[in-house]
Design a protein around this ligand. Sequence first.
Ligand SMILES: [Zn+2]
Length: 262
Amino acid sequence: MTMPHSHRVNDLTAWAAFIAELDAWRDAGRVAAFWWRDDDATDDTTALTRLLDIAGDTPLSLASIPRDATTALANVVAARPNISVIQHGYAHANHAPDDEKKAEFGPHRSLDAMQRDLTTGFKRLRRLFGPRFRPMFVPPWNRMADTLAPLLPRIGFQSFSTYGTTLQTRSPNIPTQINTHADIIDWRSGRKFLGDAAALDLTIQHLSFCRQRGLHYTNSSHGPTGLLTHHAAHDDACWTFIENLVRVITDHPAAIWKDPAA
Ligand SMILES: [Zn+2]
């Protein structure tokens, strides 16, 4: 196993811990599944090209903002079979008051108004991306009203995705929740890279949570482990980290990439 290059002892320790966690999956005769969600795609940009080049053949779900998605983005996606497109809100507009956390689909509007926006967005993405659009809903800022989940299947959604490890119980009325677990950007401190150690620690936490409980992406809604990126906001350190992570996961015999939106 080739370790990523780093001059920082802290980072090397974190990569060693990450590889040790994957080795523990191998020793248990199990395979750790990962998925990759990148948010806010609307157009064919330099940053998007960089993202797709790093991804290579790795399955990648682009959470695209329906109102702003362009034909140029659709053309890029059409040329890359490893990419799926999922729905990121409608306009990525905040409807929460100033003293509350931002939300486009929080409890601040009527369910009717939200259902209308989601339906318009769903149709637009299906028209632009055809079968490459997968019916997964990603609420902007990773939050939505609890009362919205049971309405999602009526619009056509089979799953939704927010952030963080949750103990979920499957309910026939609620679509499957497939979360992300490692957001590599530190939004509160200058919107820069979170750092190798912190980003890997988030990943290891979810992996060991699943490993110790015998949870697997095929037998529960706790897997796969989700990487969360935002290509338009990446600094160089973000790009380097993603390159390393993709390589380490792809090379490890007990790790695989999945596209749970597909
Ligand atoms: Zn977003």
